[in-house]
Write a protein that binds this ligand. Sequence first.
Ligand code: BTN
Length: 265
Amino acid sequence: MLSFLLISTKVKILNNKVSQLSKSQTNNTIWLSTCHSTNSYAKEWVSKNDFLDGWTVSTYEQTKGRGQIGNSWESEPSQNLTFSTVYKLPGILLSEVFCLNIAVSLGIIDFLKISGFEAEIKWPNDIYINGKKVAGILIEPHIKEAQINNVIVGIGLNVNQRHFNHPNADSLYNISKSHYIIEEMLEKLSLIINDRILKLKQREFDQLKSDYYKNLYLFGKPSAFRSAGRVFMGIIKGIDENGKLVIETETDLCSFSIKEVEFMR
Ligand code: BTN
C-alpha cells in the first residue's frame, strides 16, 4: 500500500478515495494503490455519467484484471501500466466501433515507435514486439440508440516486469534492458493515444484504417491459421466493416471473428 498522497494538477495518487478528484480539471489521471479492475472501476463513472472526456484511472496493483473474451490479465504490482480511460464519443456509430480499436491500437504503436520499439498490431488489438505480446486492449462501449455514447478503453502494457507465466508475453524492459518510470510513461502514452482518438472524432476512418494495415502483424504474408480445428494457409487481406479479419485462402475470401480463428505463430 502506498502511504503517501501526491497531488499535482494532472496526476493524483489516491488511496482509493476518488472523492478528491476535481471535475474541473482536464486530462485528469488518478492513480489507485490497488483496484480489482480499472475497467470495472471506470464503469462506475460511466454508469453515473459522472466523468469528463479523457478521465483516466490507473492502478499499481490490479487484483482482477480482465482481458478479451473472458480471459484474465495478470500484471505484477507496480511493474506495468494497467489503466482505463473514458471517452465521450457521441456521433460514433455502433457499426464504427472497430475504428475505436484501430485508433487506440495505433496510439500505442505510435508511442512505442517514438520510444524506439518496432511494434506491430496483432488483430484485433494486441500489441506485439518480436512476435511476443507486450500490451492488450479491452474496449467496453456504452451503447445508446445505436451510437457509442461513452466508451471505456482499458490498456495493459508490460513495462518493467521480467518474468511471465505465459511464454508468449514480454515487456519493454526485457526487450530494451531499460527501466521505465510508469507514471511518466502513462502521461506520454495518453497524449499520443488522444491524438489518434481525435482523428476518430474527426471521422478520418480511411486514414486510420490504412495506418492500421501498415502496422498489422502478418498483413499480406502467407501464414498458417486454425479455425474449427482445421489448419489452413491464408493471407490477411484486411478487416471488414464489422472488424472481422478477412483472410484469403486457396479457395475463398473468409471473414472471422475473434473466437473463430487462431494464428499459428
Ligand atoms: C487482452 O489482451 O485480453 C486485453 C487486456 C486488457 C487489460 C487491461 S489492464 C487495465 C484494464 N483493466 C482491466 O481489467 N483490463 C484492462
